[in-house]
Design a protein around this ligand. Structure first.
Ligand code: NAD
Length: 256
């Protein structure tokens, strides 16, 4: 379905981003990866699906790096057809103790980076009259949790940004939507489970069960594969008029 198209997935060396990159690659999309850590492992997994793979190590907190990433996608792939804004970080602390540099980093990586990639991708999408922007927000784009002020603010921001750009492109072949995952067992969440186990002096598996019980009625983690399949649907012709949707995949979290 996506043969000949190029997907750029930010923060795609692990977790949800890698799951979405693999889902799009299974449909034949060439993929530009981004992120830190096990770059070679991520590249090998995508390349095994027989598509062209690129990588750019832009730090998504830096607008100049993002401009370079977008220019390199243009050079290597002739532009970006599917933009998945996924890179994100978390920090947990009460607002009065929240480190200022952590606030700035979370807003820059989780929210402002989506503005920079989108503003640079839209002209090419308009020229082709086809494009997909998929923003990985969070249930925290819809509801809050204590100790997560920066993350909740950034994800509510992503939700608002998604709706605004969906309206700006509503008469075109470009759609803009957000996916709001609940708990997904990735390194970002594993850290919170490990911290909870250490803080409460309980085993890690008990901390994991408690985390789910507190928020996610299904008591199951959402998987990167499930999110990848939703991204594939949003790229399909059936989704041509899914615009400005804020789509929960959260085991019922936001229904409470
Ligand atoms: P993860 O830690 O597994 O992956 C984050 C990715 O972003 C990695 O590839 C990492 O290298 C990259 N990254 C981090 N900082 C970066 C930077 N400055 N520049 C470029 N890349 C950077 O986390 P994840 O859980 O897969 O999270 C992916 C997205 O999904 C985030 O936006 C997160 O907020 C969102 N999300 C996660 C969950 C969850 O339960 N895991 C739930 C809802 C939303």
């Amino acid at each position: 379905m996506l043969k000949g198209k190029t997907a750029l997935v930010t923060g795609s060396t692990s977790g949800i981003g890698l799951g979405v990159a693999l889902g799009l690659a299974r449909q034949g999309a060439n993929v530009m990866l981004n992120g830190f850590g096990d770059v070679d492992g991520a590249k090998a997994q995508v390349a095994a699906l027989g598509v062209k793979v690129g990588y750019h190590g832009a730090d998504m907190s830096k607008p100049a790096d993002i401009a370079d990433l977008m220019a390199s996608a243009e050079r290597e792939f002739g532009g970006v057809d599917v933009l998945v804004n996924n890179a994100g970080i978390q920090h947990v602390a009460a607002v009065e103790d929240f480190p200022v540099e952590k606030w700035d980093a979370i807003i820059a990586i989780n929210l402002s980076s989506a503005f920079h990639t989108t503003r640079l991708a839209i002209p090419g999408m308009r020229a082709k009259n086809w494009g997909r922007v998929i923003n990985i927000a969070s249930t925290h784009g819809l509801v809050a949790s204590a100790q997560k002020s920066a993350y909740v603010a950034s994800k509510h921001g992503v939700v608002g940004f998604t709706k605004a750009v969906a309206l700006e492109t509503a008469t075109t072949g470009i759609t803009v939507n957000a996916i709001c995952p609940g708990w997904v067992l990735t390194p970002l969440v594993q850290k919170q489970i490990d911290d909870r186990a250490a803080r409460e002096g309980i085993p890690v598996d008990k901390a994991q069960t408690d985390l789910l019980r507190e928020k996610q009625p299904s008591l199951q983690f959402v998987t990167p594969e499930q999110l990848g399949e939703l991204a594939v649907f949003l790229c399909s012709p059936a989704a041509n008029n899914v615009r400005g949707a804020i789509w929960n995949v959260d085991g019922g979290w936001a229904a409470q």
